[in-house]
Design a protein around this ligand. Structure first.
Ligand code: ATP
Ligand code: MG
Length: 905
């Protein structure tokens, strides 16, 4: 039975039994601790914890999951994939233990003709929590499983909780016996390869409290849950492994073709050297399974909007793709592998997820670019790593420092795992602890920065207490002035009872027209006036943030007077700034729409900034956008905005937003109610920001630049409205000025400037040539002016300034060539340039026979010019910083020659 059919049957069975079919969440998950969805229950957590009331009593889904801790297991066990699909049925205060067990049993064992999976009931082994007699009873009495096949297990295996206080309970897992060829007899406790866990039924019955110990299940039980729930998870891939009769999860229909393709490319025969048991696997086979699993996971991750990067989800994706590529290399395949493998993965997954085919161009662009980047990294990083390893070895060490590993990661994108593996290949270990410490420090810095900005003066627990006074209502979509009441004042140390002149505090109102920074839009500024019986105050709003959802904190400076909680307040937004920021925000939506129209839907937003008069927009695109394309985009925006389109914002539900084709950001979490902003028919996006009422108000948009800000992410910056106009006006003045200076009409300026630059270059060249000529022409005169020192011809002179070391050297050699070879000759010339001195000395052969050395003469010259020098016997040169000493240095030349000649005579 194909995987797509297993999925279909599962949903059909539970739908027929009163469950609402709910679509999968996308893999990226808005939880800082999780990164990805790891189980089907993720989207129902608020129902299980009682925070929200579910709209249904029963639900079913096939949830896409990624479990990063299982990455290391992949290929080594028979049953752990990084990406897998969890089929689940859920009950919210409806059916309980008995219902859950009956459903799981019936669907597992009903014949395939009846729509079930047709498993042999005699081969199913249920496990239950050690003292869950009720479950034993249901399995035994109601279902008829003999007691010897019902296994009681401890807390570690058969309890469930979320790691924090909240719902918890025992569970019961279904294992399938795959037969004696997979391992020894005895049930799940003996062998988890032969007995494969395929379904876990969680009975959420009680509420757990704080942890009481280090182990799973160590917590106090606070009592029974007011509403008991059921949460189950059946691994789709594990069911497919069983039903397709294959040895392990990587050989099912959704991965086997990838594995086969990888085997073909690398010339390996999969399974030739391994037995059934994972533990008997040959490393080649493990690598092929890793490749098959990781390529599929990479496909699904990019499909859900994750792009490779150096942190968070992007890093997991990067690691997964790079592990696959590296496994291919270890099997001897050096060419780009993903272009061969990814299309195979697409064909495997498209039956269940058609979007991987329709969106394949975007998906493959990222994947292939990542492989290219990795190949590049491997080339550059391998050299760095090799030399680091060589250095470490030379220093007698066997360990690569944490700093080096961190540098490889930070600068070259080398995943630490890769550094570990490659260092190990060269027989050296890595200071992993040091590396992790540096990583933590870096992350902490980033977090501190972000938090300091968001939460203002106080930490989040203070804000949660503020929230207990009620949420602040944002009224700024409709108004810019509002009468309201101060509900809290927060200073550096927490909540305060009053603030006086000169103080800077965070102030919270029960309702406010001030927009808190968010969604890329900068905050409103403005004034708040307080007039309470007995006191009043004037406050300047310098920042507005939402430190926790529901709280809008105005950072204010008290200009005058005093403010206290409970005071009546009048909030006045700076409307000029608000209007300007709103123009930028609407312009950003139009830019986003124009880019998508031109570059395709792959040009999705990656970030944005809407500030007064300017905007910044980051988007995904694998390469630079050519200037001509940008010019077209700019032209289109300006034309469209003049159509004076109506800008409309309205609230609707997610379903409807999707139907309308509104653009939503991947990875962003939206509630059930969403706000849509549309600009005529041109753009439609989910957005919480403020906008202009009609597009013509934007006036004008001028794109300034386009650049790369990371692999596959581009940034466009633009000016909006009056700022765009003023920029163009300034440019116009500049052009006018240039046209006047160059006496040419504006259109001819580029040509005129090019011609002028050409001429200038030619003139400079000519000047160089002439100077060299004139200097060399002086060589004859210098040679002729040689003096005689004890029979040696000595030329010691300062030559005109401005000669570089090279020119001076050729001149000295030229002069030497003009002296008679029969007689000892020494040439020493000095030249000054920019307050510095160059000097060069040369001797001829006859002089060297008299043991006259150029190096020695240079050293003699150096002290008076405050310099240093050295060289060989025939030519030497030096430099100094005191031109006034040149005359003295030249006298020393003659002295040095004189001493040597008389000394040797
Ligand atoms: P195991 O002990 O085998 O790792 P688990 O206890 O972590 O499994 P649960 O958290 O109970 O699994 O998840 C419910 C079901 O999801 C499992 O019964 C199994 O069928 C499936 N499942 C869990 N992890 C994976 C994985 N890495 N790859 C494929 N299926 C998985
Ligand atoms: Mg597990």
């Amino acid at each position: 039975m194909r995987s797509a059919e297993i999925k279909r049957r599962f949903l059909a069975y539970f739908e027929a039994n009163g469950h609402t079919v709910v679509p999968s969440l996308p893999l990226p998950f808005d939880d800082p601790n999780l990164l990805f969805v790891v189980a089907g229950m993720a989207q129902f957590v608020p129902y299980f914890t009682g925070q929200q009331t579910p709209p249904f009593k029963r639900a079913t889904s096939v949830q896409k999951c990624i479990r990063t801790p299982d990455i290391e297991e992949v290929g080594k066990t028979t049953r752990h994939a990084t990406f897998f699909q969890m089929n689940g049925n859920f009950s919210f205060g409806d059916y309980l233990k008995e219902g859950a067990i009956r459903f799981a049993w019936e669907l597992s064992t009903a014949s395939q003709d009846e729509g079930g999976f047709g498993l042999d009931g005699d081969r199913i082994w249920p496990t239950v929590y050690i003292d869950d007699d009720e479950a034993v009873d249901i399995w035994h009495r109601l279902i008829g499983v003999p007691l010897e096949r019902i296994v009681r297990r401890g807390k570690a295996d058969n309890t469930w909780d979320m790691g924090i206080p909240g719902p918890a309970g025992p569970c019961s897992e279904l294992f399938y016996d795959r037969g004696p060829e997979y391992g020894p007899e005895g049930g799940p406790a003996v062998d988890e390869d032969r007995y494969t866990e395929y379904w876990n039924l969680v009975f959420m019955e009680y509420e757990r409290g704080k942890s009481t110990g280090p182990h799973k299940g160590d917590y106090e039980i606070l009592g029974e849950l007011p509403q008991k729930n059921i949460d189950t998870g059946m691994g789709l891939e594990r069911m497919a492994t069983i039903l397709q009769g294959v040895d392990n999860l990587y050989e099912i229909d959704e991965t086997r073709p990838i594995l086969d393709r990888a085997a073909g490319l690398t010339g390996r025969t999969y399974g030739a050297k391994s037995g059934h048991a994972a533990s008997q696997s040959h490393p080649d086979d493990v690598r092929l399974r890793v490749i098959a699993d990781h390529v599929r996971s990479g496909l699904m991750l990019i499909s859900d909007g994750v792009v490779p990067s150096n942190e968070g989800r992007g890093y997991v994706l990067r690691r997964i793709l790079r592990r696959a590529i590296r496994a291919m290399r270890l099997l001897g395949y050096e060419d780009p592998a993903l272009p061969e493998l990814l299309p195979v993965a697409r064909d495997c997954m498209a039956p269940s997820y058609p979007e991987v085919a329709t969106d394949f161009t975007r998906i493959s662009t990222y994947a292939y670019a990542e492989e290219e980047a990795f190949r590049h990294t491997l080339r550059a990083g391998t050299t760095i790593l090799d030399s680091a390893v060589a250095d470490a070895k030379k220093a007698g060490g066997t360990r690569l420092s944490g700093e080096k590993a961190f540098q490889l990661h930070d600068t070259y994108g080398f995943p630490i795992e890769l550094t570990l593996e490659m260092a190990a290949d060269q027989g050296i270990s890595v200071d992993e602890e040091g590396f992790r410490r540096l990583m933590r420090e870096q992350q902490q810095r980033a977090k501190d920065d972000a938090r300091a900005k968001k939460t203002g003066l106080a930490d989040t627990s203070v804000w949660r207490s503020v929230l207990e006074n009620g949420e602040s209502e944002f009224t700024g979509y409709q108004e810019v002035i509002r009468e309201s009441k101060v509900t809290a004042l927060v200073g550096a140390g927490g909540v305060v009872g009053a603030a006086g002149e000169g103080d800077e505090v965070d102030l919270v109102l029960d309702a406010t027209p001030f927009y808190a920074e968010g969604g890329g839009q900068e905050p409103d500024f403005g004034r708040i006036t307080i007039s309470a019986p007995g006191h009043d105050a004037e406050l300047e709003v310098v920042d507005v943030q939402s430190p926790v959802p529901g709280v809008i904190a105005h950072k204010v400076k008290v200009l005058r007077g005093e403010v206290r909680p409970g005071d009546p307040a009048l909030a006045l937004v700076d409307v000029g700034r608000r209007a300007s920021v709103s123009r930028s925000h609407t312009a950003t939506h139009m830019l986003h729409a124009a880019l998508r129209r031109t570059l395709g839907d792959t040009a999705a937003q990656a970030g944005s900034l809407n500030a007064p008069g300017r905007l910044r927009f980051d988007f995904h695109n694998p390469s630079a956008v050519p200037p001509s394309v940008l010019a077209d985009v700019e032209d289109e925006i300006n034309e469209v905005l003049l159509h004076d389109l109506e800008v409309r914002a309205f609230i609707t539900n997610q379903e409807e937003a999707k139907r309308l084709g509104a653009i939503a950001m991947f990875g962003e979490k939206y509630g059930e109610q969403v706000r849509i902003v549309e600009v005529g028919d041109y753009s439609r996006e989910l957005c919480g920001g403020t906008h202009v009422a009609r597009s013509a108000v934007i006036g004008m948009v001028k794109l300034l630049s386009e650049s790369s800000i990371g692999s596959g992410v581009r940034r466009v910056e633009a000016l909006v409205g009056l700022d765009a106009f003023r920029y163009l006006a300034r440019e116009h003045v500049l052009v006018q000025q240039l046209a006047g200076d160059l006496r040419a009409p504006a259109e001819q300026l580029p040509e005129r400037i090019a011609v002028t630059l050409d001429r200038l270059r030619a003139a400079e060249k000519e000047l160089d040539r002439l100077r060299a000529e004139s200097v060399l022409a002086g060589a004859g005169a210098l040679a002729a002016a040689a003096t005689d020192v004890g029979g040696v011809a000595v030329v010691a002179a300062e030559v005109p300034g401005g000669l570089g070391g090279g020119e001076l050297r050729s001149l000295v050699l030229d002069v030497r060539g003009r002296l008679s070879p029969d007689r000892a000759g020494v040439v020493a010339l000095a030249s000054r340039a920019d307050g510095k001195v160059n000097f060069v000395v040369a001797t001829n052969e006859a002089a060297r026979l008299q043991r006259l050395s150029a190096g020695e003469v240079v050293r003699a010259m150096a002290p008076p010019v405050g310099g240093r020098g050295g060289g060989k016997d025939d030519v030497a040169q030096g430099g100094g910083t005191e031109p006034d000493g040149i005359a003295q240095a030249l006298v020393l030349v003659e002295q040095a020659v004189g001493q040597r000649v008389s000394g040797s005579a």
